[in-house]
Write a protein that binds this ligand. Structure first.
Ligand SMILES: Cc1ncc(COP(=O)(O)O)c(C=O)c1O
Length: 403
């Protein structure tokens, strides 16, 4: 009898971003000259103070089960980091739960809050895992298309049009993967007030908050008063800003009863996060020297962003793109690139041809819900970025049309 997965996986698709990176790695291993701009992680090493803290924890025997919600030290350190990012607003460490990456925090939050019969609004384009996670909860993801005139962000009016009595949640991501767009403080407040009025839960994925090109960290739900956080879960983690993707440390801030349910859920799945990794993250969040490294990393991403934007403006003036205000992605539109009379390129065809003809990996926008676009990541070395941009511009010029 052939294997048929259970109904739990009825909607499951493997992550396309992971698939692209796997293919790029395979080609590199086979000796091809591939430049991978599909990556979703910082290209630098974990700050050494954080790594040393994990090594010390191992030598000190801190290798057993830790408290299910995370060590007190890490919860305090993350609360401190979150508080400093929001003008020293009080952040209660008891309302934080630590998980194996922010992806697990997002899953736990959705599984705790949503179930059959519930709808969850997801501004689109959206990070690949949100709709999948909502499906795994047997709830229904509902895409709300972002406005191209507005960095593909959604407004309260867009959300209101999608609202019906079944809508129980909204997953917001700012700075956004895949667009790099950032919601302003006023936009966040407007959305939070709308959600509070209608009793809708907001899950705010703020994993890229530190990687922001405006002043300070990106605006957050934490900048609002406690009254607007009563039906909110704020997700943060060490992966992106601290170059710690492989350590798998993330966290969620939520009202106490939600934390209690998420802890119970986690106690039956992963038990909790990896203990030495938690000590590494504690140092990452606490150590001012690590903070200075994060600042340098953000400055590097900003410089690369400026470089790419300048090259698009100079060499591909007809190609629409979202000017990134955070994260490390550039989202650009490819359906208008081909010369008149030729078929319009989809993101999938564009990426497939770009890989085959120029050896550059990028992610088709279809992975994020709109295949007229393509996402490139500039979290690669300056020399790789320059070479990949040369190849990209050559490729787009060959397609004619807007370039
Ligand atoms: C928007 C967004 N949220 C969450 C995650 C998950 O991060 P992690 O599980 O490494 O903390 C990612 C990773 O790519 C992401 O892009």
């Amino acid at each position: 009898m052939p294997f048929v997965p259970s109904q739990n996986l009825a909607h499951l698709k493997a992550s396309e971003t992971v698939a692209i990176s796997t293919e790029a790695r395979r080609r590199k291993a086979a000796g091809e000259n591939v430049l991978d701009l599909g990556v979703g992680e910082p290209d630098c090493d974990t700050p050494s103070a954080a790594s040393e803290a994990a090594i010390k924890a191992i030598h000190d025997g801190l290798t057993r089960y830790a408290p299910n919600v995370g060590t007190a030290e890490l919860r305090q350190a993350m609360a401190g980091a979150l508080s400093r990012m929001s003008a020293n607003r009080p952040v209660n460490a008891d309302q934080l739960i630590i998980s194996s990456g922010s992806k697990q925090a997002l899953f736990n939050a959705c599984f705790t809050l949503f179930g059959p019969g519930d709808k969850v609004l997801i501004p689109s384009p959206a990070w690949v895992s949100y709709p999948q996670i909502v499906h795994l909860c047997r709830a229904e993801p509902v895409s709300v298309a972002g406005d191209p005139e507005w960095g593909l962000k959604v407004s309260v009016a867009d959300l209101e049009r999608a609202r019906d009595p079944q809508v129980r949640g909204l997953i917001l991501c700012s700075p956004s993967n895949p667009t790099g767009a950032v919601y302003t403080a006023a936009e966040i407040r407007g959305i939070a007030e709308w959600a509070a009025t209608h009793g809708i839960w907001i899950i705010s994925d703020e994993i890229y908050r530190r990687i922001h090109y405006g002043p300070g960290p990106a605006p957050s739900l934490f900048d609002l008063g406690d009254d607007l956080l009563e039906r909110s879960v704020i997700v943060y983690g060490a992966s992106k800003a601290y170059a710690m993707t492989g350590w798998r440390i993330g966290g969620a801030y939520a009202p106490p009863p939600v934390i209690k349910s998420m802890a119970a859920l986690q106690s039956h799945t992963t038990t909790g996060a990896n203990q030495p990794a938690m000590w590494a993250a504690t140092t990452a969040f606490n150590d001012p020297a690590v903070d200075a490294e994060v600042e340098r990393m953000v400055a590097t991403f900003r410089r690369r962003r400026d470089y790419l934007v300048a090259r698009f403006q100079e060499q591909a003036p007809g190609v629409e793109f979202i000017e990134p205000m955070g994260a490390f992605y550039l989202f650009f539109r490819v359906d208008g690139i081909s010369a008149p009379g030729l078929p319009r390129l989809s993101g999938a065809t564009f990426c497939e041809q770009l890989m085959r003809e120029e050896g550059v990996a990028m992610v088709p926008g279809g992975a994020f819900g709109d295949d007229r676009w393509v996402r490139l990541s500039y979290s690669v070395s300056d020399s790789d970025l320059e070479a990949a941009t040369d190849r990209l511009m050559t490729f787009m010029a060959r397609q004619g049309g807007a370039v």
